[in-house]
Write a protein that binds this ligand. Structure first.
Ligand code: 13P
Length: 357
């Protein structure tokens, strides 16, 4: 019987695109850089605009994303930017496609390809991420528009009895099917199982579930013949829920996170990038810094970032829907991106400490 590992090896030897895929995955985590996620769906972007009183129009969403992708020196800290379906079709006011703007400064364009989390039948309160139907065709279209990697996010609520086995298995299976299709299309999959940080759960509970989810995800990836050298894992740090009364220090959480990842993520995976999940920019950078300085043993994989809110805040409120604020907002984006490149090097100095230096 041909095992899926044999199939992977055959593809690696036989298909010239596989080494290219591995090189592309490695490039996304090289040089201590990371990914910037600006792939919020239209409703999510609108919700963030609404909170600040910014008009929720296509014009404003385009202007906001133009401000971000044209940030000076962004490529010093950012290797790839994740766009969404609306944004990959948009252009700057000068008529240049956003993907082209990014490529011209040496940043790799990526695309969010899932169609969102939908209620999972038979599992009240739980979701499964959809978007596999027609994905092969959509990947070909996005590759034609310049995307070289693709993200799919599966979300899990943490509770005493959730996530259920059914929810974990359904999402892991979908992640593996999407990752296989990406690699077939020559795009690097950024495989995104995410435990939500809402709630009062402890870091230990987060660790227990993250471990169960990652075990299932890598089992399904293996079954589907996904080459782990040609993918990135995008996941949550092992941290307590926002309303948990016990918030351990960053050093302790770094150990808990690495323990969980070492147990579950094959050393061959090209890299692990964390989402920020609603943590403040400072906290996300401090925790990433601690993970990169923890322990004496070198880590088996590069450990970086694929942050959305932790880089976009406070730039969104500075921008506030006005072109005249774009320069100041870009300054804030570049600063937070640099903070996270520093955190990968274990050299992050919290903004509050700098202010008092
Ligand atoms: P946050 O860093 O804001 O969580 O967004 C990252 C992301 O892309 C979630 O899938």
């Amino acid at each position: 019987m041909t095992t899926s590992a044999t199939r992977v090896a055959e593809r690696l030897v036989g298909a010239p695109s596989m080494p290219a895929l591995v090189a592309a995955a490695n490039a996304l985590v090289a040089g201590d850089k990371g990914l910037l996620a600006i792939d919020e769906s239209i409703p999510t972007c609108n919700k963030r605009f609404a909170r600040l009183g910014i008009a929720q129009t296509e014009h404003n969403r385009r202007a906001y994303r133009e401000m971000i992708v044209t940030t000076p020196s962004l490529a010093d800290s950012i290797s790839g930017v994740i766009l969404c379906d609306e944004t990959i079709h948009q252009h700057t006011s000068g008529g240049e496609a956003f993907a082209t703007v990014l490529v011209n400064v040496g940043i790799v364009p990526g695309i969010k390809v899932d169609l969102g989390a939908k209620p999972l039948a038979g599992h009240p309160g739980e979701t499964v991420t959809e978007g596999l139907d027609g994905l092969r065709e959509r990947l070909a279209e996005y590759a034609g528009l310049g995307a070289r990697f693709a993200k799919w996010r599966a979300v899990f609520t943490v509770g005493e009895t959730v996530p259920s086995r059914g929810c974990i298995q359904a999402n892991a299976h979908a992640l593996a099917r999407y990752a296989g299709l990406c690699q077939e299309a020559g795009l690097v999959p950024v495989v995104g199982p995410e435990l939500l940080m809402a709630g009062a759960h402890t870091a230990a509970r987060c660790g227990e579930i993250t471990e169960a989810v990652l075990r299932e995800v890598f089992s399904q990836l293996h079954t589907q013949g996904v080459l782990v050298e040609g993918m990135l894992l995008k996941t949550n740090m092992v941290v307590p829920g926002f309303s948990c009364p016990i918030q351990p220090p960053v050093e302790e959480l770094a150990q808990t996170t690495l323990c969980c990842l070492r147990r579950t993520v094959p050393a061959a995976v090209a890299g692990i990038v964390f989402l920020s999940g609603g943590q403040s920019g400072d906290l996300a950078s401090a925790r990433l810094n601690a993970i990169n300085t923890a322990g004496r043993q070198p880590l088996p994989w590069p450990v970086g970032f694929s942050f959305g809110r932790a880089i976009q805040q406070p730039a969104l409120s500075i921008w506030d829907g006005r072109d005249t604020n774009a320069g100041a907002a870009q300054h804030a984006i570049a600063q937070r991106a640099r903070n996270n490149r520093d955190a990968r090097r274990g050299a992050y100095v919290p903004t509050a400490l700098l202010a008092h230096a």
